[in-house]
Design a protein around this ligand. Structure first.
Ligand SMILES: *Cc1c(COP(=O)(O)O)cnc(C)c1O
Length: 422
């Protein structure tokens, strides 16, 4: 099946007489007649459902669809994007270990890596896009368990050069984890470019309707854990789970089996089946929404480029954008729905621009069907001084726009009027 077909039909295969659409199974538990049947599931949980903290039929169908969309071997949905990222890292790193991460990443992830994981004994070494390969490789040591990047950094708009980081990871036998939230598999498929694990905040485009917070981890099934001294937990018995050996029990899907048995079972990162069900409905139109939102963003970026009150515009779809050549290498069918631009004048004028908008609403969100706007300097990054803002790739006059799927003429009229009157 092609991507568009997977969006609509992937993951759910009704048998004769079954509901045509994915049913919502709002049940915590599952009935089995004989102790032997249930005992078998405790041995081999992937053969069926025991308890909804660990798995649920509605959630499983949605997970299978996302795994298909990304071209992976399995997926695990979680209650939020943050819990997906936490589990994706903790599935390979524990006390005494470290990871490498691009420094310009989503603010919540930055805080998790910089403050919270170190409290659990997991250190993060941050690197920037402009460091040389040798400088980045020098950060890798015997306890490095993963390299973390985002397909496109929000709001710095840095597009990841996957080939480069995949080569570094392969050379050192380290797992490459990619946050693909802002591109989605409709535009970029990181496993085709050497990534091993993909994470999403499904709160964004996968849901797309601003109704459910959620996350998901996808296993690329393309990493050789067996025998790699960094990942002994994958090929030695797990005492917490009757001495299962994940590479034997899970095969190519060892990573996601381990994540489910250790983090879903023991830490309960479970999404509500209702949220999985709603998010799955969202994914049915993902391909159409990504096409429209990308078209709208490119059109608005071109309009802003010509506007006298827009000092600069960053959007990877613009031919003269710093990251256009890299984006062309990896993106198919559009460059996503988010752009940033600088309002001429400064902080005050950026605030005026937001006050002048009416159709485009100010919210702390992106990737909704409704166009939305945010001024990072006075909201998500308000603790930073103007000098520190620049270091974080943000300026006081920067405005972030996430394009919805409305008619572009209405969006443009609202934005141009607001910008005319700053
Ligand atoms: C929103 C977001 C997250 C966090 O996800 P939540 O669902 O809000 O927990 C992580 N990464 C990126 C790129 C995001 O945009």
């Amino acid at each position: 099946m092609k991507i568009e077909t997977i969006c609509v039909q992937g993951g759910y295969r009704p048998k004769s007489g079954d509901p045509r659409t994915l049913p919502l199974v709002q049940s915590t538990t599952y009935y089995y007649q004989t102790p032997e049947e249930l005992a078998h599931l405790f041995d081999v949980p992937k053969d069926g459902h025991i308890y909804s903290r660990i798995s649920n039929p509605t959630t499983s169908a949605y997970e299978e669809k996302i795994a298909m969309l990304e071209g992976g071997v399995g997926a695990m949905a979680t209650g939020s994007g943050m819990s997906a990222i936490m589990a994706a890292v903790m599935n390979v790193a524990s006390k005494g270990d470290n990871i490498l991460s691009m420094s310009s990443i989503y603010g919540g992830t930055f805080n998790l890596f910089k403050v919270t994981l170190p409290r659990l004994g997991i250190e993060t070494k941050f690197f920037t896009d402009d460091m040389s390969d040798a400088e980045i490789e020098k950060l890798i040591d015997g306890n490095t368990k993963a390299v973390f990047v985002e397909t496109i950094a929000n709001p710095a708009m840095i597009v990841c050069d996957f080939d480069r980081y995949a080569a570094i990871c392969r050379k050192h036998g380290v797992l490459l984890i990619v946050d693909n939230t802002l591109a989605t598999p409709c535009l970029v498929r990181p496993f085709e470019h050497g990534a091993n694990v993909v994470v999403h905040s499904s709160t964004k485009y996968l849901d797309g309707h601003a109704s459910c917070v959620g996350g998901i981890i996808v296993d690329g099934g393309n990493f050789a854990f067996d025998g790699n001294p960094r990942y002994k937990d994958f090929y030695t018995p797990d005492a917490s789970y009757h001495d299962v050996v994940y590479v034997k029990e899970g095969g190519a899907a060892a990573y996601i089996l381990k994540a489910r048995m250790q983090y879903m079972r023991d830490m309960g990162l479970t999404p509500s089946p209702f949220n999985a069900w709603l998010t799955n409905i969202g994914t049915e139109t993902l391909h159409l929404r990504m096409e429209r939102t990308s078209g709208n963003a490119l059109a608005l970026a071109e309009t802003l480029k010509k506007h006298k009150n827009a000092e600069w515009v960053m959007y990877p779809g613009l031919k003269d954008d710093k990251y256009h050549d890299i984006a062309v290498k990896y993106y198919k069918g559009g460059f996503g729905g988010m752009l940033v631009f600088g309002v001429k004048g400064g902080r005050k004028q950026a605030e005026n621009f937001i006050k002048n908008l009416s159709l485009v609403k100010q919210v702390t969100h992106i990737a909704d069907v409704r166009s939305c706007v945010l001024h990072p300097a006075s909201t998500t990054h308000r603790q930073l001084s103007d000098a520190d803002l620049v270091k974080a790739g943000i300026t006081a006059n920067m405005v972030r726009l996430s394009l919805g799927i409305e008619n572009i003429d209405d969006i443009t009229a609202d934005v141009v009027k607001a910008l005319d009157n700053i």
